[in-house]
Design a protein around this ligand. Sequence first.
Ligand code: F1P
Length: 294
Amino acid sequence: MPPSQTHAEIEISSQPETWRKVAVFAPSVTPLLPKKGERVAVVGCGSSWFMSMAYASLREGAGHGETDVFAGSEMNYTRKYDRIVSISRSGTTTEIVELLGRVSAPSVVITAVPDSPVTAAATDSIVMDFADEESVVQTRWATAALGLLRSHLGFDLNSIVKDAEEALSSDLGEIVNAEEITFLGRGWTIGLANEAALKTRESAQFWAEAYPALDYRHGPLSISQSGRAVWAFGEIPSDLINDIKKTGALFESSTLDPMAHLIRAQRVAIAIAKKRGMNPDGPRGLARSIILDH
Ligand code: F1P
């Protein structure tokens, strides 16, 4: 049986105040993050990879320079970068420690834990211990890390705290009864769609997928039907919405900032886990950090 209030729920609810703290903290680390024009690779594993994806798309889209993204295990070591940005809540993820030891470009790690293997391996470290979590499943850490990087791109995090509060108080409705959810995004929100699907898989062993929105029609659409759901982060074209609705699936979208909309997806994941009698803080087969012994 899950405890009445899980760590994940407490951490999800604390996102508005955490984002405010990130907004105050961000200017102090500006010199450690990529400068405009630098060629950058962003790396992470799991949630940290998905937040890396979102940042890479936002950075390049904002005209700050070419920005590639890699899962920690899939770095392209033949490419030349001016800076490597890595995200790791635990600071102990093997793929990231090894990657930082191998790259020749200056690197910066965003982590929740000071004096960890990643801080030893990176050139510079940004420690946001105030955003660390008890739950294995990442929620506020992921949005705090992405929030920091959005701030660095000039985005005012305080401007979406209201959206976060709305996402926390909104009624979850029928979506918690869906038998499958397909999450969609475009550009930077593809990372959010992947993160949302990871949340339901980790915390509720619940079947969820994620795709670039326009790719939905190239196969994933076949899984949609009444009793299942499609969830879009950010805007998607109206003809695509019509095609989704024709399948009979429940369709969820929002005018909230997509990172705030992710909070609703985190809540849905926890609600499904609880409905299934699972403890979302202790996902099957997962640990806070994946440490490989090779
Ligand atoms: C990354 C990660 C998480 C996952 C689990 C195992 O950790 O893959 O995304 O939920 O906790 O670790 P980190 O490198 O950000 O600590």
